[in-house]
Design a binder for this molecule. Sequence first.
Ligand SMILES: C[S@@+](CC[C@H](N)C(=O)[O-])C[C@H]1O[C@@H](n2cnc3c(N)ncnc32)[C@H](O)[C@@H]1O
Length: 273
Amino acid sequence: MQNDYLNANRASWDLRTETHKDSEFYDLEGFKKGKNSLNNIELEALGDVSGRSMLHLQCHFGQDSLSWARLGAEVTGLDLSPKAIDLARALSRELQIPARFVESDLYSAPEKIDGKFDLVFTSYGTYGWLPDLERWAAVIEHFLKPGGVFYIVDFHPTLYLFDFDSGRISYEYFNRGEPYVEESEGTYADPQAKIRHTDYFWSHSLEEVISPFLKRGLQLEDFREFDYSPYNCFPNMVERAPGEYVYGKAGVRLPHLFSLKCRKRKEERGKTN
Ligand SMILES: C[S@@+](CC[C@H](N)C(=O)[O-])C[C@H]1O[C@@H](n2cnc3c(N)ncnc32)[C@H](O)[C@@H]1O
């Protein structure tokens, strides 16, 4: 199973990267001219990153990683897709924005990357590709310096209940312990793209996302829910205000995103007071 899901998802993200780099959605030309690809949500949450070391997990082809680097962070980006990592490295060279990019499955990251970081960041379309969030949190904790911060902003598990085409609730809220395996065409950045891929993904409840960090003793500093997405990345989204998209078929006000900010304690547990 392990290799099946990694091989399928790697192939899928390689294919998508080829499409994404030329898509309006990712606006690579605008990015090359200096546009920052990050949203106010994560920019405000992390504040001034200059001089901070950052590990960006599931960085795709590096636009957000390089945007943090433009703001002064020392960034290491990690992704499963070799095509995405190749493109991220090429962009770093072309734009002369220093950053390190590592091709790896998330769970193998401790074998591939040395060092500890002030910040571990991940965003928009991440945890659903991972079978086990206890192991995910262990990897994140491993990479945090004492006092370091983990921040995730991602799509809300409630939004992922929907089949976005039909508006029916079609996916489970709680992890079934096995993946959904779906073959589909196109990609969120270009639904008409003539690419076909098989994807393995998992449902995870909010408890599953948050509790591994609490169990590990990280301090929960902030948790938020947002009733919009900054991306028009699912079928049937409506722009309710500039840059704010909502899923139109639900008919009720839904949580679209959550964000979580946790800090690793400076002292080992039990040693404070
Ligand atoms: C939706 S993208 C993240 C989006 C990113 N915020 C962006 O728009 O640039 C998800 C990324 O997760 C990566 N990924 C999926 N499974 C992974 C795994 N097991 N280990 C590391 N990266 C993985 C994919 O290759 C893909 O680049």
